[in-house]
Design a protein around this ligand. Sequence first.
Ligand code: IVH
Length: 674
Amino acid sequence: MEKKNVQKKMQEIASEIEKHDYQYYVLDQPIVTDAEYDVLFRNLQKLETEHPEWALPNSPTQRVGGKALDQFQKSKHGVPMLSLANALTEEEFTAFDERVHRFIDADAKTKLEYFAELKFDGLSINLVYEKGTLVRAATRGDGEIGEDVTQNIKTIRSIPLNLKTKNPPERIEIRGEIILSIKDFEKLNREQVKKEEKPFANPRNAAAGSLRQLDSKITASRPLTGFFYGLGEVVAGDSEFTLPKTMAAFEELIEEWGLPIGKHKKICKGADEVTSFYQSIGEMREDLPYEIDGVVVKLNAFSQQQAAGFVARSPRGMIAFKFPPKKSMTLVEDIQVQVGRTGALTPVAIVTPVSVGGVWVKRATLHNQDEIDRKDIRIGDHVVIQRAGDVIPEVVEVIKEKRRGDERRFKIPDHCPVCGSKAIRPEGEAVTRCSGKNCIAKLKERVRHFAQKDALNIEGLGDKIVEQLVDAGLVKHLSDLFSLEFDDVLALEGFADKSSHKLLNAIEAARTPDLYRLIFGLGIRHIGETTAKLLAQKFKSLNKLRNANTEELLEVDGVGEEMARSLVEHFGHEEVQAELNELLQKITPIEPKASASPQVFAGKTFVLTGTLPSLDRSDATKIIEDRGGKVSSSVSKKTDYVLAGEEAGSKLEKARSLGVKVIDESEFRSMASN
Ligand code: IVH
């Protein structure tokens, strides 16, 4: 074949691959299978090996990484990469708004138009496209000169190697943030630990560490992605390119060009609208699949940005409206051991109270002895604690420089601190457990678990009251709750006539729980709410369930070996059987009704991810369960469908890599009504 034909073929395949990269990595909507994609990729690689001299300069085959470098070259930005001023409170933001008014000579009564979007917590990057082709990518560096990480950036498949436009400017710098999703960060850290390498402290460090690799093959193996929001140098040259007039329009344009942009953004009229956007993002912050540390607010019109000018190294017309940090430093005053429902002894750091991301924290979990040893946490240490989502705060690291020498090491005791029974750590397990049969701490936790909202839902039976009931010897078994008398309750501290009646009424109301709530409420290891529902559906009565053998349990779709073993073990204890006999004399669980809906999802497992246009999680779960399906939290080969909405994260990627079918809400609805 002559050169022209070969190059034409190469170009065709390359365009095809680019299209699929965009569909998959930017839109999350693949239109070919992985196998089909691989064939294209390999065909192109083959042509390039046969004719390396004719290979396209920006071939998608470069996405797998190339030869390792000795060092990064320096790269000067066309226009410096500046930084942003911060507002840490609403007052500070209002002050910014007033300042901007003064500088652009606007009437304080006319509201300014701002463009507000997320402040991604990653690593800033400057992409240079010439005539639509990615020619260079550099880190921020000192703002003037950064490091050339082009080879590495080319491995990030959501970043187009060629812009999707027939009318690109001669040269344009597009700026954004390289990030790693929280799920991918956690996965990467698990792999680091397995390889006995140091885990990264947070997604941002992991993204930076992954991007700043001299060996781009390593970068290629990390699922980095990015969001783009900014503009550097623009040279129209001979092209007919004209710059849009606003930030919002600029982002739309680069989105059309194929760059990933943030999904949450808003054109706001005046400071009030910005503040409510900031608040609404603050509320959903924990649900985002990646980390953000605030909202960036920019004058929407470029002309106004220009008029506002600069102060020091920051544009006056933009600000980072930050969220309170979720990490704080404090002192470990003591380490105590908590006894859980299943007897697990969990070490907990008692710290000098500190605000973490706006919430006061007094205790932080240390997980287990291995974690204490790995992080070398001692009583008297200064530590960094963090709160991720709704989970219990944890100690991330010790600030060793602050040690004075009188810090004390800690060992989990070999006896239960509450009942004094021997504490046992089975071979190969990280957790030490109290072996006591009548441990009061375990009992309290079991009663709490039993009474909680998702189990028997005994309103008003909170932690304090459980504590009192157990300490007073009124509750020694779960069933004792149902024998409480008015005078028993009245005698407790803090109870009067009315409150005693109220509690007893709540207990009364719990005498006819749904069977699954009772099963879940028993607090059997590894048996969560979902599994409890499956067991209730299958066995229809507690008596059948408690006599089931391993084979029968394993017949339930969704019950694995570990769960079956745990159930058999639990029901194998004589005391458990005796307690259940008592309990069943006092309460009558309601058997699950045969579902009225046709069982179109029978035996099918779904995983939900992202935000669906109109269904929330619990609606979708109900539709699935009513039709005989089940919902699982993680994607595996056994998953039948991943129901994905906006902002779907790593579950979607996992689904794709395993070839699991991905459906959207409308497909889901039509399947459900089938
Ligand atoms: S605009 C003059 N928009 O935050 C700099 N920056 O604290 C204009 N960042 O260096 C930046 N998300 O690395 C802008 N949506 C966003 C951003 C964002 C994250 C980073 C960026 C910048 C830093 C400033």
